[in-house]
Ligand binder design. Sequence first.
Ligand SMILES: [Zn+2]
Length: 259
Amino acid sequence: MDRRSLIKYMSMCTAGGVFSLSFPSLRSAIASERGPEWGYEGENGPQLWSELSSDFSVCGTGRQQSPIDLQGAIPSELADFELSYQDIPLRLLHNGHTIQVNAEPGNKLNLSGKDFELLQFHFHHPSEHTANNQPYPMEVHFVHQSKQGELAVLGIFMQEGDENEGLNPIWDAMPDQETPEQTIAGVKVNMSKLLPDDQSSYRYFGSLTTPPCSEIVRWVVLQEPIAVSKGQIEKFSRVFPGNARPVQPRNRRFLLQSN
Ligand SMILES: [Zn+2]
């Protein structure tokens, strides 16, 4: 997931919902929050994130980092989670690290009785989590936040198969260079088409998978992938050849799995 976009998104929200990036003070406020440039290869790559800024040190020293390999999970009676997503207007951006779709209020994840509001979702190629050391071609992250500021991220693997109609409006509008948020007039996203039928999951506590790698995330990763066509994977991979952080040590954490 992408902290920078989250900050960008939240700063736009605190500006009273005025999504005009031409407003100079807002633009400079966003620029100052961007911090050092980080990426996925070379001297800005994941192995060196902790050295790019003191704000990123937990990327190197943290003991509860994400993503992880999902292996050896403990079967458990997990507390329910429930999604209530509506169709949302398509507001998307290329933030330099991924394609992100910003949500409007009213889309919720209820996890163990607690509500988390969907802020945005975005994509990684290849997947960040792996299953028995195998990555999937892609992974989507739905990022939610509680009123208290805790994050809950729903991760869903994407494997090659039939075309995913739910992705088409997003893929049709996908910018190939960094852009501010744009609203695609008259186009809605049906997020239910991005969810698998079976919602059996893995659960663990972890972090943002991008700097500053804060260890504040309740992860729910679904066991069943959704399908995405070869052409859809190729289109994303032309814009993002690789935007996945490598898996991190699990250390002393529990990884739980639905019975
Ligand atoms: Zn992500």
